[in-house]
Design a binder for this molecule. Structure first.
Ligand SMILES: Cc1ncc(COP(=O)(O)O)c(C=O)c1O
Length: 350
């Protein structure tokens, strides 16, 4: 029976969902949403704060500051509340409302950037805001998840060994990418492991993490509008890009079987199922990482008006196809034009 006195002392690391009954192909989904911060970002937050404490960077009057699309902000809010630090999260208008409210409920300040930057995203504007703040007042301590090695080390020391312990015959690991902290930590660990593991990065279409043209992205968590400084592509065997319509379908297919996951899980599952369908020569031991749960997405991914406004009336049409014939990927549908008149509740990409 775990008994804790600090919220970050609990993090369920041993829960997997077998997706075979739902998708017709074996894939073990590692659930990272069962902790008090509700996401995989708790691990990176703990590692980065504890490193800053060890290095003496955090003083009694310090104010932690971080740019986050939401989940890291919640994790840092929780840790800051527990340890008595002040925390300011710089986010953007694509951040879910419930995530913003959650940070405020935990006592953090939230600054929301609403203007797109020169790259047509929000990330540059968020980072500029943090830099200006740090230049103007030396009480601010920027943990910088985009460059902080603690971000990937958290997964090298925790996430990857948790997987290795339960899957000694692991063949392939699917990891969604944002800062690439999860990917790089796991990829570095399995590069040194006792057997070769194929590392497949799953990105959202419109993200420029692995190059390509930027495009509209409405679902927070995965993807970036710049190349992540932590990324070392020599550790990545393959990259899959997933259209947001396929992310939505995978999320709803899981939800119809009672599993309410966040958007990035839908992306990873969709990409992984497509990859497994193309590599079905033998039964592979495959694991994918589910970064968070679905409650923070009730007013977006799980709200029919939002879905229809952005992706069109037919976005959920193929969700109920029989198991096994479920086809994730661009082949399954023709691309749609975005709606001409933006609805009032529409979010903007960063
Ligand atoms: C829901 C969700 N999925 C995936 C990711 C990507 O993780 P990473 O930043 O380690 O690449 C994040 C990062 O914030 C996230 O919040």
């Amino acid at each position: 029976m775990p008994v804790i006195s600090a919220p970050h002392a609990f993090n369920e690391g041993q829960l997997y969902v077998d997706l075979k009954p739902i998708f017709g192909r074996s894939l073990f989904l590692k659930c990272e949403g069962f902790n008090f911060a509700g996401s995989v970002k708790l691990k990176a937050a703990v590692e980065m704060v504890e490193a800053a404490e060890r290095e003496g960077v955090i003083k009694p009057d310090s104010i932690l500051v971080e740019s986050s699309s939401g989940n890291l902000g919640v994790a840092l809010s929780m840790i800051a509340a527990s340890k008595g630090y002040r925390f300011l999260c710089v986010t953007d208008s694509r951040c879910n409302l419930s995530t913003r409210l959650l940070m405020e409920a935990l006592g953090s300040r939230v600054h929301t950037i609403a203007e797109l930057d020169a790259n047509g995203g929000f990330l540059g504007a968020r980072i500029n805001y943090v830099r200006t703040l740090c230049d103007s007042d030396d009480r601010y301590v920027w943990l910088s998840q985009y460059t902080n090695p603690g971000n990937w080390k958290a997964h090298y020391y925790k996430t990857a060994p948790e997987i290795a312990r339960h899957f000694p015959r692991l063949d392939v690991l699917f990891v969604g990418v944002g800062t690439t902290g999860t990917l790089m930590g796991c990829a570095r660990y399995f590069r040194q492991w006792q057997r070769p593991v194929r590392i497949v990065a799953v990105d959202s279409a419109g993200s420029v993490i692995f190059g390509g043209e930027p495009g509209r992205r409405m679902i927070p968590g995965l993807g970036m509008s710049m190349r992540p400084p932590l990324l070392d592509e020599s550790y990545v065997d393959e990259v899959i890009r997933v259209e947001e319509r396929d992310t939505i379908r995978a999320c709803h297919r899981l939800a119809r079987r009672g599993f309410l996951f966040g958007g990035s899980t839908g992306t990873v599952v969709s990409g992984a199922m497509r990859w497994l369908a193309d590599h079905h020569r033998r039964e592979l031991t495959a694991v994918a990482i589910a970064p968070d749960l679905g409650e923070r997405y009730l007013d977006t991914i799980y709200q029919s008006n939002w879905l229809q406004d952005i992706y069109g009336e037919d976005v959920l049409d193929s969700v109920d196809m029989p198991d096994g014939s479920w086809a994730a990927g661009p082949r399954a549908h023709a691309p749609r034009e975005p709606p001409t008149a933006p609805p009032a509740n529409r979010r903007r990409r960063r």
